[in-house]
Write a protein that binds this ligand. Structure first.
Ligand code: FES
Ligand SMILES: [Fe+2]
Length: 341
């Protein structure tokens, strides 16, 4: 049985990736064609021609106005996926229609609905407003992961690995040493994991971007909305500096780390990552540093998870994992994902 959670919205791309070039991305095992209409809206439909399966993203397939012309024999489709022309005959077969997908663009992401489109309008699209909001500057990217989606969920829900896998970047001893608090909001469908370090070393990722030189108060508050959107609300301040009673927090630096976890196939995942900050907004040097550093960190995770995928693929049945306190967030996420299936 497929492991995919269907009847959900998934991030398929950044808005900047979709233009007047035919673009293909596989989401939950479905190969989907994306393009922008002349009016600028994103269209999404199956990337397989109904005639002989030629990928519509493949040259010489091309756009003519708001239609896609198959590069093999010329079947032509409108933005809703309906076939509007076939070669050599006037009659268009009734079944000549591509599966089309509900799409929405929010916060710089192109979201696609996988499953029964009748559920799209009533299914929540989680938000990451900092990626496209005044007062914030964001950098972002996507790394392909040759590992199953569930391994990325485990990875992101347990940040104690920062100390070991990402030492010298975002990890310091205090991350692994400080216990977490996990909370599940079943009604909202959100898993929260927080780790608040009162007095911690400042890792290079934050020291170089904020300019803080001493030790810090570091808060990591995770908010995961399965299946796709993960937020890490990160607060960095000089030791002892706390938010005001009214919630304002002028003495701290805030970073919103956003991941969209999109299954590509049963054994591969699109790892979208973004880092938004509320300081040094115009400083290109800080943007370049955070982009490069975060990408390096993501690639450290990718390398580790790709190894795990190989290990799982070759292990005998019946291997038993051992879980401890640091895993409560990941286990809560697994339970919530299992319920969505
Ligand atoms: S495969 Fe597309 S027209 Fe034949
Ligand atoms: Fe990591």
């Amino acid at each position: 049985m497929s492991e995919f959670v269907r009847n959900q919205w998934y991030v398929a791309a950044y808005g900047r990736e979709i233009g007047r070039q035919l673009f293909s991305r596989t989401v939950c095992g479905e190969s989907i064609l994306f393009w922008r209409t002349e009016a600028g809206e994103v269209a999404a439909m199956s990337d397989r021609c109904v005639h002989r399966r030629f990928p519509l993203s493949q040259e010489p397939s091309h756009l003519v106005g708001d239609t896609v012309v198959c590069g093999y024999h010329g079947f032509t489709y409108d933005r809703g996926g309906a076939c509007v022309a076939v070669p050599g005959q006037a009659r268009i077969p009734r079944t000549a229609r591509l599966t089309s997908y509900p799409v929405t663009e929010l916060d710089g992401f192109v979201w696609v609905f996988i499953g029964d489109p009748a559920h799209a309008a009533t299914t929540r699209v989680p938000r990451a407003p900092w990626l496209d909001m005044p007062g914030w500057t964001a950098v972002s990217g996507m790394e392909p992961l040759a590992a199953r989606y569930s391994l990325l969920v485990d990875n992101l829900l347990d940040l104690s690995h920062e100390t070991y896998l990402h030492g010298g970047y975002i990890g310091t001893p205090e991350v692994a040493e400080t216990p977490i608090v996990t909370r599940v909001d079943e009604d909202a469908g959100i898993v929260y994991v927080s780790r608040r370090m009162a007095d911690a070393a400042c890792p290079p990722f934050y020291a170089k971007s904020t300019g803080i030189t001493g030790r810090i108060t570091r808060w990591q508050d995770i908010e995961f909305t399965p299946p796709c959107l993960y937020l890490l609300h990160s607060r960095i301040a000089p030791v002892g500096v706390l938010p005001n009673a009214d919630g304002t927090d002028p003495g701290a630096f805030h970073v919103e780390v956003v991941y969209a976890l999109t299954p590509e196939t049963e054994r591969s995942t699109h790892d979208f990552w973004a880092v938004a900050r509320d300081f040094a907004l115009e400083d290109q040097g800080v943007s370049d540093f955070l982009a490069e550093n975060n990408r390096t960190v993501v690639l450290q995770d990718v390398a580790a998870l790709n190894v795990l995928e190989q290990v799982i693929a070759t292990e005998p049945d019946g291997y038993q994992e051992l879980s401890i306190n640091i895993d409560t967030g990941g286990l809560a996420a697994r339970r919530m994902i299992a319920k969505l299936r």
